[in-house]
Design a protein around this ligand. Structure first.
Ligand SMILES: [Fe+2]
Length: 272
């Protein structure tokens, strides 16, 4: 199963640049064009949060219109810049909520009969806060979902906040600050049922593991957070080349992930 992941698109309002510098709408256009050129085409697309910058209906509508020509099934989870109720309007049926509970966590699981994986979209946000949290309700829901996965058909989790310390201090300060120990204990206990955990939020390529389960943080399709591992690092961003991640899962190998530059570059050339 070939799964494309993009993250932290931060689609802005029409005519606005992010931080007066980054044209995230143009970045999304280049990202979609690169996705469309992939051969073979992925089976589906996952977007791990911060779909929009200010969570307006219009920003989500712009994103949906940009993705539509791909014709790929896609699934999304919210990031700290998103809004659950607005996402439920934009993506009806993806994470159903009872009437009046449109602000409930945007969590869902998908298991198509012909898929070798179960997808679990886990909402890690706290509304109107940058830092993330996994409350007892979401952890119990996740535990129940993992009970339905097994080694033959493992779960692939995707979420916004990374469930580990990245070393980039200003991002760790707004990381997954609640429920982290409980989440890591659950993943460790159920590791044999989990193919991997995909996340975003820190706008960099970072790899970790929990109980042997790979945890892969994808870079943004727009702008990146500056790599600075000093304790008092300031928060900054840069325009390192943006990437898409292509996760190939097979029963005999598990998750094998390639990083695909979005911008064009010279080559390929033959070796002779
Ligand atoms: Fe972000």
């Amino acid at each position: 199963m070939l799964i494309a992941q993009i993250t932290d698109l931060h689609v802005t309002r029409a005519g606005e640049l992010l931080a007066n510098r980054v044209d995230t709408r143009a970045a999304l256009g280049k990202c979609v064009a690169r996705l469309a050129r992939l051969e073979p085409q992925p089976d589906l697309l996952l977007i791990t949060g911060d779909l929009t910058e200010t969570a307006t209906d219009e920003e989500y509508a712009y994103l949906k219109a940009a993705l539509a020509p791909l014709g790929l099934p896609y699934y999304v989870v919210p990031g700290n810049h998103d809004d659950r109720a607005t996402m439920r309007r934009a993506f009806p049926g993806m994470a159903p909520a009872d009437a009046g509970a449109e602000d409930a966590p945007f969590c869902f699981a998908v298991a198509q009969p012909d898929w070798p994986l179960r997808l679990i979209g886990l909402d890690s946000i706290v509304p109107r806060r940058s830092a993330g949290a996994l409350c007892a309700e979401r952890l119990a829901w996740l535990a129940a979902q993992l009970e339905q996965a097994d080694a033959a058909r493992p779960a692939l989790l995707f979420m916004h906040h990374p469930p580990f310390r990245t070393g980039i201090a200003p991002m760790d300060a707004c990381g997954l600050l609640q429920g982290l120990d409980e989440f890591r204990a659950l993943i460790t206990a159920k590791a044999g049922r989990i193919a991997g955990i995909l996340c975003g939020h820190v706008h960099r390529v970072i790899h970790a593991a929990i109980g042997g389960v790979p945890v892969l943080l994808a870079p943004s399709s727009a702008h990146q957070i500056t790599l600075d591992l000093r304790e008092a690092a300031p928060l900054g961003f840069c325009l390192e080349p943006a990437k898409i991640v292509l996760h190939d899962w097979r029963p005999e190998t598990g998750l094998v992930s390639n990083y695909v530059y979005i911008d064009d570059f010279p080559g390929p050339y033959p070796f002779k």
